[in-house]
Design a protein around this ligand. Sequence first.
Ligand code: NAI
Length: 340
Amino acid sequence: MKHTITLIPGDGIGPEITAATVRVIEATGVDITWETQILGAQALEKYGETLPEASIEAMRRNKVSLKGPIMTPIGKGFTSVNVGLRRALDLYANVRPVKALPNVPCRYPELDLVIVRENTEGLYSGLEHIVIPGVVESLKVITEKASTRIAKYAFEYARDNGRKKVTAVHKANIMKLSDGLFLECFYNQAKLFPEIEADDKIIDNTCMQLVMRPEQFDVMVMENLYGDILSDLCAGLIGGLGLAPGANIGEQGAVFEAVHGSAPDIAGQGIANPTALMLSAIEMLRYIGERDAAQRFETALFDVFKDGTSITKDLGGNAKTNEFARAIEEKIKAATSAAA
Ligand code: NAI
């Protein structure tokens, strides 16, 4: 099957890690036409705005984008490009797979779970006001529509990715109306997916359980703030944010990117670690239905980590970005010719 995907190389190390990732995707043999677009500071220079309509339109038209990190220009009046993009494309689900890599020191080498975070409302609606000096209110917005679509997404993700259970995380014992509605929508969706086990846990207990017995979780779904906190907690369980992949999914588009930023301190040196973007690209391949290519990419990447000989500087090795990519590419080619 042919695919057209928007490629946003991004800033800093972005062009280096996207080039390495595209090269490995191409080694899998998937038929992708890349349409390159720019956002952020580069777009500001060319089009006079950080989120140009031409780029947004391409992301909508192609539906799927692979994106390097973007530097939001520093100065007054520039809102975060990433937040703007989430709004423009209504990217309501933030998906963070949490899976440890071989030979990367961490607390839970066997961990394999997925966080699905609602990305558009909750306490991030920006509704804050001063009631009287010294008293402020911050409004938490939970709607039936957003809670239903995020729960539906989590169950569909579980079904499509061979996962067994979805856990809703909440504080409905205290926030009876808001989190209560979220939980009600979750269980309404659960009825439509009888093959997937559904349960729920209170957020504070979830934090303790994640630290002590994380293997009990599979897919986890939650509103915005809990998702923000738990996704970083889970990244910590497998070795930190540096290797964390992510996806922002909506009906008008899906954007796959690493969680880390543009690392200006090492940009242009050819030493950046492309692993997080590669893990995001593996999720992207699954999303577009190229499951076999995704599996071959993941196996090759994990094998390079198992060998431990072509590891980048940030993880204690001395491989350059392109040497690391070449090692993965060679594993894919070797596996392909062994199977032929
Ligand atoms: P950062 O994640 O870019 O860097 C933090 C530290 O981690 C640096 O020492 C960097 O060298 C290292 N690092 C990050 N990624 C690495 C990689 N792939 N390989 C090896 N080392 C890596 O965070 P920072 O410095 O706070 O942000 C830099 C810029 O990135 C800012 O302009 C920020 O706005 C932007 N940013 C963009 C994001 C996105 O587009 N999704 C997300 C986070 C930040």
